[in-house]
Design a protein around this ligand. Sequence first.
Ligand SMILES: Cc1ncc(COP(=O)(O)O)c(C=O)c1O
Length: 445
Amino acid sequence: MVEAGPGLSSRKCLRVEVGRVSTSRKGGRRAMEVRASSSSNGGKKSSRSIETRLVHLSEKLDDPFDSVAPPLYQTATFNQPGATDFGAYDYSRSGNPTRTLLENQMADIESADRAFAFASGMAAIATVMRLVKPGECVLAGNDIYGGTQRFLGKIAPAKQGLEVKHVDMTNIDEVKAALADAEGPKIKLVLVESPTNPRLEVCDIAAISRIAKDHGAIVCVDNSIMAPIFQRPIDLGADISMTSATKFIAGHSDVTGGILSVVGKDLCEEIYFHQNAEGNMMSPFECWLSLRGLKTMALRMEKQAANAERIAAYLQSHPLVTKVNYAGLADHPGSGIHASQASSGGSIISFETGSVEVSRRIVEDTKLFKITVSFGSVTSLISMPCYMSHASVPAEIRKERGLVDDLVRISAGIESIDDLIADLEEAFASAEAALGGRTTMSTTM
Ligand SMILES: Cc1ncc(COP(=O)(O)O)c(C=O)c1O
């Protein structure tokens, strides 16, 4: 059984035991649904820091060679001990030892009862939506990832019969009012992003979790921007912490995946039921790459955040920049709340120039920042969310929410900060030259 992580001492530990190969052809199946053992963790707390626990897996497989890198079980199915004895693993959709290692590692660092690895962050979010029944309501923020908005706008209501309500989640009174609204549909799920993508707004995870619990709603925090290195939503009271593994967990732009870390036996069982029934799990190889990514996640994220701080300061001082959004800035409106729930400003920054054309030139003229829809890679990345990651959000909704077309999002990588600033400097100079003395440029592209 996995060693308990901090925060687990008062809870039943429900994690999956890593399968042991049965040599006998006798015995009944421990179905995956019941492989979540309900044994107590014995009140044991790991005294080791998260950095150490990331490098040293919380548990090992029964590996005769004791390999340092975890074994990759690239198999769809397993030879059963007998026709009625399914063994520890029978089919990789239901469970795979490499996936179990990743899931237990994530549960360990997030203080969760269990974690579940999915084919993408969106597959993980879609599974969370399965917790809501037709007629029940999902409460979400106004500034959210474009793919989540697409799901909430086009799939949840029309295809699943869910109600969806948006509020300004940075405003706790709006959250309170929505949950207390006796006239409206019952809010079953509160979906929180903090900091938000792409405007890096900060929501009070602990306060939202408390209010939601009072009203019997489940809280899921999309923690993709902070990842469990900088922010651990379960410790703040959330029921589910969702992280797109595509970003910081894998960290090298070579994996697509998503993780749900979950608290509570019933929720764990329901999520596992859907993962198995719908087959949206992460593949063994992606799990193996994610396990490798986890080992360096703390190191990468600290360097990326240090680079982001310098880039944010540079942007704040540049005359072409009209607004900088970075959760680590002292003058960020949510800086106090962010500091109380996260240990770093992270490595994602967005900024406005007031001109789509200026922004486009900056984005296209950088050499070290790759133009991509994603973030969280060792490589620095740059994008224009309204034309890329958030293009699926209807223009009128973007306008209503103040998501401006000239917004640029940066994901700082691990390169030398001097090189990154020099690269930005050249791109800004080129935009300035193109401006040719005018103070504004066309706002369309
Ligand atoms: C905040 C946030 N949540 C969820 C997702 C979805 O993750 P994935 O692309 O792995 O499906 C993304 C993707 O960019 C994201 O930015």
